[in-house]
Design a protein around this ligand. Structure first.
Ligand SMILES: Cc1ncc(COP(=O)(O)O)c(C=O)c1O
Length: 376
C-alpha cells in the first residue's frame, strides 16, 4: 500500500543561492550605499544576462508583468493584439492595462502554443501586433509567426516567461520577434525572487524601456513620458548574479527528472507526458501531462484531488483559460467554439512536481501512485 508523503510535496521549490555568498554580496551593497536606481549589481546582471541569453540589448525590471506592460508601450501597440488564451493572466492583463483589446487565437494541441494557421484570419485593420507565449518553454513556430507579421506590418512581442535558456536549432530564443519578456519570479528556473527582463533587437527600444521603468525620466532632468517604477533593486540583482552560474546544472537535473517521469509513466493508460521537440534545446520548467478520462479511469480534476490525498500538490496549469476569466469572457474571441483546442487542453492538463532538488525516489513514488490510481 502506497503511503502519502509525510509533508506536502509542492510543485516546485526555488533555487536558492549559497547563504554565505549572498551575505558577502549584501555586505558589498551595504558598503556601496546604493540600493537601487541602476546600480553596479543591476548593470553587472544585465551584462551577464545579455551574454547568457545572446540578446542584442537587455534590461531588467521589478517583475515580468511590468516588463510586458512597458514592452507594449515601447512598441507603441494599440487597437488589437492577437494572443493566446492558454497562458498566465499577466500576458493578457498587460494588453488591457495599455487599453489594447486582446484577440484570442486557438492553440496547437501538441505544443500548447498559438496556432500559426489561425492567426491571419484574426487580423483586422486594428491589429498592431502578435503576442505569442512560449508555453512551458516550448518555442512557438517563430518562423511562420515572423512571416505573418512581416506580411501585415505587425510587431511581435514574445512572452518568453518560461523560456529562459531555450534554443531553436542553436539560435537563442531571445533572437526572435521585436521584444521578448523573461520572468524572474522565484518559481522560475532562473530568478531574482521577483523580477523580469526584456530583450530587444533595437537599441532605441532599450533606451525607451530604461526611461519608462524609471518614471519616464530621460537622460537629462526632463520627464519624457508617463513611465512607472519598474526598477529591480540591488539585492535582487545580486541574487540573480549568484544564481546564473547554477542554471545549467538546474536544467540538467530537471532534464534527468523529466526523463524518469516519462519512463515511469509511459505504460500508464490515459496519461500522456509532454515530449521534446526536434531541434530544440529545452529548459524543462514544468512537467505537464494530459489526462484522458476514458483511458485513465479518472478525470484530471479527480486525479488532482486524489493526488492531494497523497500530499502531492499538482497544478491545473493553465486552467481556467484567460478567455474564461470574468474580465475577458465578454470578448467575441473568447467563445468556446472559437477555441476548441485550448479548451480541450485546459480541461485535461496537470503539472506534476518538478525542481532540481527532487530525488529519483520521489519521482518513482509519484509515478507509482499515479499508476495505482489508474482504473478509478
Ligand atoms: C506566461 C507568463 N507570463 C507572464 C508572467 C508574469 O511574470 P511575473 O510573475 O514575473 O510578473 C508569468 C508568471 O509567472 C507567466 O507564467
Amino acid at each position: 500500500m502506497l503511503k502519502p508523503f509525510p509533508q506536502p510535496y509542492y510543485i516546485t521549490q526555488p533555487l536558492l543561492p549559497d547563504i554565505n555568498k549572498t551575505s558577502e554580496m549584501i555586505k558589498m551593497i551595504w558598503e556601496s550605499k546604493q540600493l537601487s536606481n541602476n546600480g553596479d549589481m543591476v548593470k553587472q546582471l544585465e551584462s551577464e544576462l545579455s551574454d547568457f541569453l545572446q540578446a542584442d540589448f537587455l534590461s531588467v525590471f521589478s517583475n515580468g508583468t511590468v516588463a510586458l506592460q512597458l514592452a507594449c508601450r515601447v512598441l507603441r501597440l494599440s487597437g488589437e493584439v492577437i494572443t493566446t488564451p492558454f497562458t498566465f493572466a499577466a500576458t493578457v492583463h498587460s494588453l488591457e492595462w495599455n487599453n489594447i483589446r486582446p484577440v484570442f487565437c486557438d492553440i496547437e494541441e501538441d505544443t500548447f502554443n498559438i496556432n500559426p494557421d489561425l492567426i491571419e484570419s484574426l487580423i483586422t485593420r486594428h491589429t498592431t501586433a502578435i503576442m505569442p507565449v512560449h508555453v512551458f518553454g516550448n518555442p512557438c513556430d517563430v518562423g511562420r509567426i515572423q512571416q505573418i507579421a512581416d506580411r501585415y506590418g505587425l510587431r511581435v512581442l514574445y512572452d518568453a516567461a518560461h523560456a529562459f535558456g531555450v534554443k531553436v536549432r542553436d539560435q537563442a530564443i531571445a533572437s526572435f520577434g521585436d521584444i521578448s519578456m523573461f520572468s524572474f519570479h522565484a518559481t522560475k528556473i532562473f530568478h531574482t525572487i521577483e523580477g523580469g527582463a526584456l530583450t530587444f533587437k533595437d537599441k532605441y527600444y532599450k533606451e525607451r524601456a530604461d526611461s519608462l521603468r524609471n518614471f519616464g525620466i530621460g537622460d537629462s532632468d526632463n520627464v519624457m513620458e508617463p513611465g512607472t517604477n519598474g526598477k529591480l533593486n540591488e539585492v535582487q540583482a545580486a541574487v540573480g548574479i549568484l544564481l546564473l552560474p547554477e542554471v545549467e546544472n538546474e536544467i540538467a537535473r530537471r532534464k534527468a527528472i523529466t526523463g524518469l517521469y516519462r519512463q515511469w509513466l509511459e505504460d500508464v493508460p490515459g496519461i500522456a507526458a509532454s515530449r521534446d521537440i526536434d531541434g530544440v534545446t529545452h529548459n524543462y520548467p514544468y512537467f505537464v501531462v494530459r489526462v484522458d478520462e476514458k483511458e485513465y479511469g479518472s478525470s484530471r480534476d479527480e486525479l488532482y484531488e486524489r493526488l492531494k490525498g497523497f500530499n502531492i500538490i499538482t497544478r491545473k496549469y493553465f486552467y481556467p483559460l484567460c478567455s474564461d476569466f470574468q474580465c475577458y469572457k465578454y470578448l467575441p474571441s473568447s467563445s468556446r467554439q472559437h477555441l476548441p483546442a485550448a479548451n480541450r487542453v485546459a480541461d485535461t492538463v496537470l503539472a506534476l512536481p518538478l525542481h532540481g532538488r527532487m530525488l529519483d525516489s520521489d519521482v518513482e513514488k509519484i509515478c507509482a501512485i499515479i499508476k495505482s490510481l489508474h482504473g478509478g
